[in-house]
Design a protein around this ligand. Structure first.
Ligand code: ZN
Length: 326
């Protein structure tokens, strides 16, 4: 059994409008689902992704208008990387540089160019290039042509004190260690990447129609414990092919000494959660049923969607959700 990559990443943001304006309008991701936090239905849960909300492209947010700012620290995912085609990198440098509060000029990591910048809540984001991602659909917006669109995650970076136990777990999950670059060590989902250092930075593979698997990068640095709040990542979810495989993984994780939760129904996937040994909250989410279960591709993300158990409270929920114009 091998995990085939990241399914989604979930973060906490401030107000939903600022979040939408940044991720949908500046980064050009498609808002593929407008729903609520099932455990706190007066809070939005916004899903961004490619044109169909494919696993490997999904970035989701719980926006809390009045929450305290968080701070990334050890035991947290500290950066989210997006992949664009090589020919589009400079286009993004030009686009992003004047639109964000922090912008680090282009540098190179693992042989690929990368820019690092902050979202409006201080969450660290990166844009880099991966081979063959131009074959992926992405999403076109008013001022971002489809050819330049963000295609998928490139990587998620975990900030850790030493990373030894986390590396061991990633290998149980089927990830292969690739090269190191300074304080970063890169792991590739099994079979998703040439492990050759010289191969364009060991970039992801994308045969037609298959989203390449984003890397997991360990950022090894002694630092203080993080504080969850706006501008921080809540968890990183990995892909399970189906519910049966998810249960097999649950057993395997328990045998490895971890404590996964029972399966939770998240409407668009089934989930189990566990803390990896370095402290980062991981989730294992099933690919099915996916974002198209309750609305068509043309109208994805346009209407408030509620799971059957909350539908009876729709009126109350609509009245209590913070304002959001999409
Ligand atoms: Zn999740």
């Amino acid at each position: 059994m091998h995990i085939s990559g990241i399914h989604h990443i979930t973060a906490i943001s401030g107000g939903p409008q600022i979040n939408y304006d940044f991720y949908a309008k500046i980064l050009g991701l498609r808002l593929v689902k407008k729903t609520v936090n099932f455990d706190d239905p007066q809070t939005w849960h916004l899903y961004y992704g490619d044109e169909t909300g494919s696993p490997g492209t999904l970035l989701t947010f719980f926006p809390f208008e009045n929450a305290s700012p968080g701070k990334a620290g050890t035991g947290m995912a500290s950066r989210i990387g997006f992949a664009v085609p090589g020919d589009s990198f400079q286009w993004w440098v030009d686009r992003i540089s004047g639109k964000v509060s922090r912008f680090d000029p282009p540098s190179e990591r693992f042989g690929n160019p990368v820019i690092t910048f902050q979202d409006p809540d201080g969450l660290l984001l990166e844009i880099t290039t991966l081979p063959m991602v131009e074959k992926l659909p992405g999403w076109a917006t008013g001022d971002i042509p489809k050819e330049h669109s963000i295609r998928c995650f490139a990587n998620a970076t975990l900030l850790l004190d030493d990373g030894v136990e986390t590396a061991r777990l990633l290998q149980i999950m089927g990830y292969e260690p690739l090269q190191k670059d300074g304080v970063f060590q890169r792991f590739a989902a099994y079979g998703s990447s040439a492990s050759s250092v010289s191969d364009a930075g060991g970039g992801g593979q994308a045969s037609s129609g298959i989203v390449p698997a984003p890397f997991i990068d360990l950022h090894i640095q002694k630092t203080t414990v993080g504080r969850m709040g706006t501008g921080t990542v809540h968890h990183v979810a990995f892909r399970a092919e189906n519910e049966e495989q998810q249960l097999q993984w649950r057993d395997a994780l328990m045998k490895a000494g971890l404590r996964p939760t029972p399966v939770v129904d998240r409407q668009y996937f089934r989930s189990i959660y566990f803390h990896e040994p370095g402290g980062v909250l991981f989730e294992l989410a099933t690919d099915p049923p996916g974002m198209l279960i309750d609305e068509g591709m043309d109208t994805l993300g346009t209407a408030l969607k509620l799971p059957p158990g909350l539908e009876q409270n729709r009126h109350w929920i609509e009245e209590h959700l913070p304002e959001l114009t999409t």
